[in-house]
Design a binder for this molecule. Sequence first.
Ligand code: SAM
Length: 279
Amino acid sequence: MTPPISLETLPPLRESLTEHGLLARKSFGQHFLLDLNITRKIARLAGPLEGQTVIEVGPGPGGLTRALLEAGARVIAIEKDPRFLPLLQDLAEAADGALTLVEGDALRVDEAALAGGPAHVVSNLPYNVGTPLLIHWLTGSWRPLSMSLMFQKEVADRIAAAPGSDAYGRLAVISQAVCRAQVVMDLPARAFTPPPKVASAVVRLDPLPEPPAPALVSALERITAAAFGQRRKMLRSSLKTLGGAGLCEAGGISPDVRAETVDIAGFLALAGALADQPA
Ligand code: SAM
């Protein structure tokens, strides 16, 4: 049996990619972080992770995975592109039991069963599935302990946006109704290999001490879809199919304002009024 390799003796990420003949594929949203100083900083911002379980979506060549392992986390890494599994297997051996590899689609896994207990999510997300995954973790039955996620800068700004700003919309309301959301790191496109067309940013999301109940969150999803679907209209009109002015009055919100001026508490009040409506 081969003795476990220590993480320091692993070859640089670029060498691992060359050794395994791996090139990035656009269809999988592959833009790699090959500078361990950057991935270590992301792991620090996501921490403290010593002794914690982390689910990582899309480890790719494993740069962020290495940093998470170095920080003392137990990592469960879900990768859809099977070409990366042999390379990641080298890392799993070096990690001596701290890394579990799962080949599959992160949109289809059962996180509770995989993690077997509370877990954080840390990921340089593939851009094409980043927003659906975030909504799934915010609104689904399995809730992460925290999320530290790389998005396109524009999406990161929409998650952390304040009422009244152009970026404020559905993503801000749902994210901030459930979590405290902060942009904690900006990264230029050149930090990635190959570079994407736009800049990126890491958002850290920490669940609020008393997050709204699942029924309220699903009412919030309906309200925000309607309100921001027609964001230039007054609520009495954009929320017409859900109760219009009557619903606004029941929630204590003026029907004559536009969605972009209503804060998170206001949207939760509207969601509460919707949830209380007789079926
Ligand atoms: N974490 C690596 C890094 O930072 O260098 C790679 C990040 S790259 C932006 C996104 C990774 O997610 C790729 O490895 C890609 O193959 C993988 N991926 C894409 N769609 C996925 C999905 N639905 N489920 C799991 N992994 C996925």
